[in-house]
Ligand binder design. Sequence first.
Ligand SMILES: [Zn+2]
Length: 376
Amino acid sequence: MLSKLFLILFSLFFLVLSVNAQNETSIEIRKVVIDAGHGGRDPGAVSANGKVFEKDITLSVALLLGNMIKLNYPYVDVIYTRDSDVFVRLDKRSEIANKSKADLFISIHVNAAKSRVASGSETFVMGADKTNSNLEVTMLENSVILLEGEDYKSRYEGFNPNDPESYIIFSLLQNAHIEQSLTLASLIQQQLGQGPIRINRGIKQAPLVVLWRTSMPSVLVELGFISNINDLKIMSEKRNQEKFANLIFNAFVQYKNKYDKNYSNAIDNNLRNNNETIKSSIVDSSNNIVSNPQHNKSQTTHYRIQILSVNKEISTKSREFKGHRDINHIKQGNTYKYTLGQYNSIEEARVNLREIRKTFPQAFIIKVENNKIVPL
Ligand SMILES: [Zn+2]
């Protein structure tokens, strides 16, 4: 009896250990595939007047999102499944992600429905849709396959996008990355709910071919409905496309902060600034004015919180800063790094960072000496 109890306790101990190990899993996020839905001869959903194509909105938002990631995380590889108006097969899109061993796959789309009142954003992760409640969008997004030519059946294991029976195979599928995919989907929906189209239709599971074939956490975002007159107007404007990209970027940052523990923002910044410090110290040595650098250092070393990095100067009253007043910037090369606060210790900066990240999720701590950013 006692030995039985011991055995139970023993296995419980290992169960707890393995759960803990899972929770602490840190995934590196070094490669992101951004997939602009449709393209070329496949316009995707089209507005009622025939003038606005899904493929153009998705490409614009995808490129803007990619630029934001590249600018803020120079070491993260951004790979596009297309960066121009060309047709790319669904299996090719997931193949690009799989072959490059990407850590994340974000597919951007625009919705359409027969009902003109349907409005809002939704984010899909791969999964069986047992109630068929998402069948309309599923068939719409998967029907691209029919444009790929007659041999599509051999490429997709006999799958016919227009035959509901075909979808049965998906109910048997296990999704190895479901937890991370759901996390990202949820962060994206939280962000999009604050955006130009505020109706949040939530996270959904559907057997979308482009997600089925990817072997990493992957989501498919439907920004809004081209069939709805208000959504259409909003999505057609460039400034709103920038907002959509920015909101998805915020979700990416939150996701990265959650999972990529090895490469926290502070370390990112450290890596980046190492190179920049080397460059600036070469310039400084030619006009060597500072007689006692050690003394000087103690007077001017402090910490700030960087909230934005852009390649042009912007007014501190800009809406980008969401009403904050103590905005400063440091120019490094062609980049303007906008910061909040000035703290004597890193601990003090950390306390404030928690609060500031509620408004600027991408914020991180930097160390400043003589108005230059130095490694932490
Ligand atoms: Zn689409």
